[in-house]
Ligand binder design. Structure first.
Ligand SMILES: CCCCCCCC/C=C\CCCCCCCC(=O)SCCNC(=O)CCNC(=O)[C@H](O)C(C)(C)COP(=O)(O)OP(=O)(O)OC[C@H]1O[C@@H](n2cnc3c(N)ncnc32)[C@H](O)[C@@H]1OP(=O)(O)O
Length: 212
C-alpha cells in the first residue's frame, strides 16, 4: 500500500485517538493562548533581558507539556454530520496554534464555506496575505468539498489565479464546490472574496483517490 492510500485510509478508519468536545476545550484554550503568543513574539519591543526570560519560560512550558505526549495528532467527530476533523490541521485545527483556525462548514447544496479573518502573522506583501497561505487555505477547502461530495482524494493538481491582493485584518469568505467526478478523480473550484465582495483568488484542483 502506498503512503498516499495509507494516509487516506487512516483518515476514514479513525485509527487515531478521537477526543470528545469536553477533552478538546482546555487544550484548544491553550492553543488560543499560544496563537496570541506567536503574535506577541512578532510585535514585541520589550528589552533583551525580558526576551531572554520569556524564552526560558516558554522552554519550561514546552518541557512540561512534553511529559505526556500522543504519538499522532488527535482527531474528533464534530458537528451535525459527525465528519472526522483533524484537530492538528494547519488550516482548521483548534489545537494547532499556527492554524487561524478556520471553521469550514458544509452547506446543504454540498458546497463548503468559511468566513475568517487573518492577522498579520500570515502576511506576505505588506498589508496583504501571503500567497502560499491563501493556497494552503484553498487546497484545504477544495479537498473538503471533494470529501463532502463523497469522493475524497489526495491533491493531484492545484491551479491558482491571484486576481488582486488579499488583505489581512478584514473579513474574508472562502467557498468551494465539487464540479466533476470521473472514477478516482474529482475536480473542485474555489474562490476567496474580500470585504468589498470582489474575488481576490480563483482556484481549481483535481483530487485522486489513490489506487494502492
Ligand atoms: C491526507 C488526505 C486527507 C483527505 C481527507 C478527507 C477528510 C475530509 C476532511 C477534511 C478535508 C481535508 C482536506 C485536506 C486537503 C489537503 C490535501 C492534501 O494536502 S494532499 C497532499 C498533497 N498531495 C500529494 O501529496 C499527492 C501526491 N501524489 C500521490 O499520492 C499520487 O500521485 C496520487 C494519489 C495523486 C495519484 O497516484 P495513483 O497511483 O493513485 O494514480 P495513477 O494510477 O498513477 O494515475 C491515475 C490517473 O491520474 C493521473 N494523474 C496522476 N497524478 C496526477 C497529477 N498529479 N496530475 C494530473 N494527473 C495525474 C494519471 O495520469 C492517471 O490518468 P489516466 O486515468 O491514465 O487518464
Amino acid at each position: 500500500m502506498s503512503g498516499a492510500r495509507a494516509a487516506m485510509e487512516g483518515v476514514f478508519a479513525g485509527d487515531r485517538r478521537e477526543l470528545s468536545e469536553l477533552e478538546i476545550a482546555p487544550q484548544a484554550a491553550l492553543a488560543d493562548e499560544v496563537r496570541a503568543l506567536i503574535e506577541a513574539v512578532i510585535h514585541t519591543e520589550v528589552p533583551e533581558t525580558e526576551l531572554r526570560e520569556a524564552a526560558a519560560a516558554v522552554a519550561a512550558l514546552t518541557e512540561r507539556l512534553n511529559t505526556a505526549r500522543r504519538n499522532r495528532p488527535p482527531a474528533a467527530r464534530l458537528g451535525v454530520n459527525g465528519m472526522v476533523k483533524a484537530l492538528g490541521s494547519p488550516v482548521t485545527g483548534v489545537l494547532n496554534a499556527i492554524a487561524p483556525p478556520i471553521d469550514v462548514v458544509t452547506l446543504e447544496d454540498g458546497s463548503v464555506h468559511a468566513e475568517f479573518t487573518l492577522t498579520d502573522v500570515y502576511e506576505g506583501p505588506p498589508t496583504f496575505v501571503h500567497g502560499g497561505v491563501s493556497a494552503l487555505i484553498l487546497d484545504h477547502v477544495l479537498g473538503a468539498a471533494a470529501a463532502a461530495n463523497g469522493t475524497p482524494g489526495m491533491t493531484a493538481t492545484l491551479d491558482l489565479r491571484y486576481r488582486r491582493p488579499t488583505p489581512h485584518g478584514v473579513p474574508l469568505v472562502v467557498t468551494a464546490r465539487t464540479v466533476r467526478n470521473e472514477g478516482r478523480k474529482t475536480w473542485a473550484d474555489a474562490t476567496i472574496t474580500g470585504p468589498d465582495g470582489r474575488v481576490t483568488i480563483e482556484a481549481t484542483a483535481m483530487f485522486i483517490f489513490p489506487a494502492t
